[in-house]
Design a protein around this ligand. Structure first.
Ligand code: AQP
Length: 334
């Protein structure tokens, strides 16, 4: 607990610029959580290193994610927004917790298997130990709750296992985090292949709608979205392309799928795709405008980063010192 509030922790990887999946599926839903929780939102730039990255592009993407947090409405006075790499306690605790995690546990992680298959030429140790670093991200802040997508559930389970193992040996050092079950965000699929989720690192730019895409680009991408050869706008598993477009339309408008089916009854795919494109583009305008202002005000953003990094470091270091002491590392003489 901090300030009598439960602690909530989440992060986004700096693996590219944010898309509407990140926004409608996660970010947009984070905005009001600070009323109930003490929130920490990291830009996970260390995690992004598991894939070979162009240095300038990584820096740009980390800054994009951080500014996007603010542009989407996270108040930096109420939410701690910071770069993971700027708080060295993450990496320091990760080393210690690596020593409390079994290789067998890490080998079982489905994301490790998926990512190894995808990056067969670079199956580095970071890819394997990534869930330990993620566990430390969460444990450092004694987080009570973590909003997780389905693909991160297994990592949260591992976090709990490692924390319980450590607590079992040394006493109650870590809060055991739980999944945050809030308003479910939409799971947005690729516009080129609706069986795959929309992904920052997708090489096909047309499959991803970025939050910063201008209106024409958004509309063009939706017009080219893969659908089926039928022409009915029905929310059905048999029509994954249309189902995805309906989900996106619902995320942007707050409508339910049944209402969208009625709204577009008898209308063709062309008309529907245009409506989705226009609606999404309009929903993104305030975020894009705020982002443009932030880009012009480097001093303001840097000030936020500095203050929030200090705040994150304060809480992270408190936990790290406790762990170092418990395992028997020598006290640091100042
Ligand atoms: N397509 C999506 N639909 C809904 N939510 C999504 N999220 C990601 N993609 C979708 C949510 O966004 C947050 C950021 O997660 P992340 O940065 O850890 O990235 P990720 O989940 O690995 O997804 P990305 O953006 O597609 O990145 P890459 O290409 O690196 O895999 C999470 O809350 C996630 O659930």
């Amino acid at each position: 607990m901090i300030n009598d509030k439960k602690v909530l922790y989440s992060a986004m990887q700096a693996t590219g610029v944010l898309h509407i999946g990140n926004y409608f599926g996660a970010l947009k839903n984070w905005v009001n959580l600070s009323d109930e929780f003490e929130c920490f939102y990291a830009v996970a730039d260390l995690h992004a290193l598991t894939i070979r990255r162009d240095p300038a592009e990584l820096r740009r993407s980390a800054r994009n994610v951080l500014m996007m947090y603010i542009a989407a409405g996270l108040d930096p006075e109420k939410n701690c927004i910071y770069y993971q790499s700027s708080v060295p306690a993450h990496a320091e605790l990760a080393w210690i917790m690596n020593c409390f995690t079994y290789i067998g546990e890490l080998n079982r992680m489905t994301q490790f298997k998926d990512k190894s298959a995808k990056h067969a030429d670079n199956i580095n140790a970071g890819l394997l130990t990534y869930p330990v670093l993620m566990a430390c991200d969460i444990l450092l802040y004694q987080a009570d709750v973590v909003p997780v997508g389905i693909d991160q559930k297994q990592h949260l389970e591992l976090t709990r296992d490692i924390a319980e193992r450590f607590n079992g040996i040394y006493g109650d050092v870590f809060t055991i985090p739980e999944a945050y079950i809030g308003k479910a965000g939409a799971r947005i699929m690729s516009l080129a292949d609706p069986t795959k989720k929309m992904s920052k690192s997708d090489e096909n730019q047309n499959s991803v709608v970025y939050v910063l895409d201008d209106k024409d680009t958004v509309i063009r991408k939706f017009k080219r979205a893969i659908t089926d050869s039928d022409s009915q706008i029905i929310y059905s598993e048999d029509k994954p392309g249309i189902m995805n477009l309906i989900d996106i339309y619902c995320a942007a408008t707050g409508k339910a799928p049944a209402d969208v089916e009625k709204e577009f009854d008898g209308k063709g795919y062309g008309e529907f795709k245009l409506a989705v494109g226009e609606t999404v583009a309009d929903a993104l305008v305030p975020v894009r405008e705020r982002y443009a202002q932030l880009e012009k005000d480097k001093a303001y953003v840097d000030g936020i980063i500095k203050e929030n990094t200090e705040k994150a470091s304060y809480f992270a270091n408190k936990t790290l010192r406790k762990v170092q002491k418990k395992v028997g590392l020598p006290e640091r003489i100042k």
